[in-house]
Write a protein that binds this ligand. Structure first.
Ligand code: FEO
Ligand code: CA
Ligand code: CA
Ligand code: CA
Length: 597
C-alpha cells in the first residue's frame, strides 16, 4: 500500500524548486509523458501535422491549440482504454504561423478551427498510471473534433428568445461552434461540462453597434474591437451585421462523449457570463448542484440547483434523463459576509441569492430570459460579493467542501473595489525575476483558495474561509491554512483545482508573479498537514498549467501545458520555448505524470 502503490495523494516527495527551465519537471521519483500535442491526428483521415502546410480542413481533424480542461472518462467494458476530453481555449497566432507563409485570412480561418474540444481514446501504458494516445483512431467509435462548424443546441428557458436569433438561425436554438472553452467538469452521468469564457474578443464591428444593447455589450466587454479580425472571414462575427451572435456564446456547454453523433448543448439555465467552468455535485436530496465562477475582476461566484433529482445507474434511460437536469432549476449568486479580523482568520458566513428559476424571475424588472442572457446585469442588482477573478470552483468529494480558485485582482483596493474579508489583500509582494528581491505591488497579485462549507449543497447558507492566501511564504500577507510557512512551496495565481481520492487538493497556476514558471501543487485540506503546499510539477517557459485531473485510482496526474512560449515579443522564428522539444516551435500538449517504476 501507501507510496509503493503509486497513489499520488499518499506519496512523499521533495517539492520541485521554482525554476525557469523550458521543461516539464516532475518531483524526483516520478515520470511524465506527452499524451497528445497540438496538431496530432484525432479523427480517422486526419493528415499528419505539418506546421508549414496548415489548413482549416486539417485543423478540424487534428488536436486543437491551447489545451485547457482535461477530462478522463472510463469506457465501460474496455478497461485498457479511456476517453480524454480536452478544451482548446484560444490561439497564439504569433507562435503558430511562420512569417509570410499564410495570408491574413488563412490565419484567421485556421485559428478558428483550432478552437473547440477534442475527444480522444487513450490507452494504458506498461507503467501503472501511464497513458498514451490510442494510435488506432477508430479503435473506439468516440474520437471526435468539436469545432467552429459543429452544431450546438441552445437549451433551457432562454432558448428561442428573440435576442438569440440571427439571420442564419431564426429559431434562436441552434449555434455553430463553441469558443474560448476554459475549465470544465465531468458529470456523474458521464458527460463533460465546459465554460465559454472570453468570447467577447472574437467580435468586431464594421459600422455602428446596435444601440439596443449598449449597456449589455459594455457589461460583457463587447466593444467591437476584437483581437482576431474574424469578421473578415465570417460575417457573423461582425456585430454590425449580427448583433445577437455574441449572445449565443458565454454559456456552459455539455458534451456527451459517448454519443459522438449527438449535438452538444448550450445550457441557458446556467446563465451567461465569462464562464470559467462548471462542476457538479449531488446534494443529499438527489438534486444536482453546479458551482461556477465568472472570471473577471470584481465578478461573482454562482451556483445552479436542479429542480429534478439524479437518476441512478448508467442505463441509456438514466443518462437521457440526467442530461435534462441542467435545463430546469434555480440559479443563485454568492454573497460573503466576514466575521471580523479579531479571530486572525479571513472567514465568515454567506448566502446564495436566487436570481431566477426556469419559470420565475427574482430580479425586479427582469424576465427569466433577461436574467439568463444578461446574468451579470441581473446579479449586479442583488448585491453579491465582487470577487478577485473566480476561476475553477469544485466540490471535494471526500469532505464535501467547495474550493474556489480566486486567481488575482490587480485592481483590488482601488476606489471601485475596496477590500472586504473575502477579498482582503490590497498590496502584494511580487518578484520581477527568479532570485530578485520581493517588492510591493498594489492589488491582490497572488490570489487565494477559498473554502466554502455548505450547510447543504441545495441550500442557501454556508460558512467560508480563505484556506490559502497565496504568494511567497516569506511575505507577511500570505497564509497557508495554518501550516508552518517555512515548510511550504511558494504559489502564485491559482486557476484550476482537482482532488485525489484521499481528498487532497491539487492546484494549477496561471501567471506566477514570483519570477518562476507556473506549476501544479498538492495541498492536504485536513489533518496536521492542512495547508502544506508542495510543488509537484513545474511548467515550461511561458506556459500555464491547466486541467489537473487525478485519475486511475489516484495513480495518474493528467494536465494541460497551455501556451508554452507565450512571452511578449516571441514569434514563430524567435520562440521562447520549443517544448515538448519534438520541433523547433512549441506545441501545447496534454501530459500525464505517474510514479517511476
Ligand atoms: Fe481561461 Fe479564467 O482562465
Ligand atoms: Ca475572521
Ligand atoms: Ca482557467
Ligand atoms: Ca486563468
Amino acid at each position: 500500500g501507501g507510496a509503493s502503490s503509486g497513489h499520488l495523494g499518499r506519496a512523499a516527495f521533495s517539492p520541485v524548486q521554482p525554476n525557469k527551465r523550458d521543461a516539464v519537471t516532475t518531483a524526483a521519483g516520478f515520470d511524465h509523458s506527452v499524451v497528445i500535442r497540438w496538431g496530432d491526428p484525432v479523427v480517422p483521415g486526419a493528415p499528419a501535422f505539418d506546421v508549414h502546410n496548415q489548413s482549416a480542413q486539417a485543423a478540424m481533424k487534428q488536436f486543437g491549440y491551447n489545451c485547457d480542461y482535461v477530462g478522463v472518462l472510463p469506457i465501460e467494458g474496455d478497461p485498457k482504454r479511456a476517453l480524454l476530453v480536452v478544451n482548446h481555449e484560444y490561439t497564439d497566432e504569433n507562435l503558430m504561423f511562420p512569417a509570410s507563409r499564410y495570408s491574413a485570412d488563412e490565419i484567421k480561418s485556421i485559428a478558428m478551427f483550432n478552437h473547440g474540444l477534442s475527444v480522444v481514446a487513450i490507452r494504458r501504458g506498461l507503467v501503472p498510471g501511464s497513458w498514451y494516445q490510442e494510435s488506432k483512431l477508430d479503435a473506439t467509435p468516440y474520437n471526435r473534433r468539436i469545432h467552429i462548424r459543429t452544431r450546438f443546441v441552445l437549451d433551457g428557458p432562454a432558448a428561442g428568445d428573440d435576442r438569440l436569433k440571427t439571420s442564419s438561425d431564426p429559431t434562436g436554438k441552434s449555434v455553430l461552434g463553441t469558443l474560448n472553452n476554459c475549465a470544465g467538469g465531468t458529470t456523474p452521468w458521464g458527460t463533460v461540462l465546459s465554460g465559454e469564457e472570453n468570447f467577447n474578443q472574437y467580435f468586431d464591428k464594421s459600422g455602428a453597434l446596435d444601440p439596443r444593447y449598449t449597456a449589455q455589450y459594455a457589461r460583457y466587454g463587447i466593444t467591437g474591437t476584437g483581437t482576431k479580425g474574424w469578421k473578415d472571414v465570417d460575417f457573423r462575427f461582425d456585430l454590425t451585421q449580427e448583433p445577437h451572435e455574441p449572445h449565443r456564446f458565454g454559456w456552459i456547454v455539455e458534451v456527451d462523449p459517448f454519443e459522438p453523433d449527438s449535438a452538444p448543448v448550450k445550457h441557458t439555465m446556467l446563465g451567461r457570463f465569462k464562464h470559467e467552468g462548471a462542476n457538479v455535485a449531488i446534494a443529499d436530496s438527489g438534486q444536482v448542484v453546479a458551482y461556477m465562477g465568472d472570471d473577471e475582476r470584481g465578478d461573482y461566484i454562482y451556483k445552479f440547483v436542479s429542480k429534478n433529482k439524479v437518476a441512478k445507474g448508467s442505463s441509456r434511460a438514466a443518462r437521457t434523463k440526467n442530461k435534462k437536469l441542467l435545463s430546469q432549476g434555480t440559479l443563485y449568486v454568492a454573497k460573503f459576509t466576514g466575521d471580523g479580523s479579531e479571530d486572525n482568520v479571513y472567514d465568515g458566513t454567506g448566502e446564495w441569492i436566487p436570481l431566477c428559476s426556469d419559470t420565475e424571475s427574482f430580479v425586479e424588472g427582469m424576465s427569466v430570459a433577461d436574467v439568463l442572457i444578461f446574468t451579470r446585469l441581473a446579479a449586479d442588482k442583488v448585491g453579491p460579493t465582487k470577487m478577485d477573478r473566480p476561476e475553477d470552483v469544485e466540490v471535494n468529494p471526500v469532505n464535501g467542501k467547495v474550493y474556489a480558485a480566486l486567481t488575482n485582482n490587480s485592481s483590488r483596493g482601488s476606489q471601485s473595489l475596496p477590500v472586504d474579508e473575502a477579498n482582503p489583500v490590497a498590496s502584494s509582494m511580487v518578484r520581477s525575476k527568479l532570485g530578485a528581491p520581493l517588492t510591493s505591488a498594489s492589488g491582490n497579485r497572488n490570489g487565494y483558495v477559498l473554502e466554502i462549507t455548505p450547510d447543504d449543497h441545495a441550500g442557501t447558507t454556508f460558512g467560508w474561509d480563505l484556506m490559502l492566501v497565496c504568494g511567497d511564504p516569506a511575505a507577511a500577507e500570505t497564509y497557508f491554512g495554518g501550516f508552518d510557512k517555512s515548510k511550504v512551496s511558494p504559489i502564485s495565481c491559482p486557476d484550476n483545482v482537482a482532488f485525489d481520492d484521499d481528498g487532497n487538493l491539487w492546484v494549477s497556476t496561471d501567471g506566477n508573479v514570483l519570477g518562476s514558471n507556473d506549476g501544479i501543487f498538492r495541498v492536504p485540506v485536513a489533518g496536521p498537514n492542512r495547508g502544506q503546499v508542495l510543488q509537484f510539477v513545474t511548467m515550461p517557459r511561458g506556459a500555464e498549467a491547466c486541467g489537473p485531473l487525478i485519475a486511475d485510482d489516484s495513480r495518474s496526474l493528467f494536465f494541460a501545458v497551455q501556451h508554452p512560449g507565450e512571452i511578449d515579443g516571441a514569434t514563430f522564428e524567435n520562440q521562447a520555448s520549443t517544448w515538448p522539444h519534438t520541433d523547433d516551435f512549441p506545441r501545447p500538449s496534454v501530459v500525464v505524470a505517474y510514479r517511476q517504476r
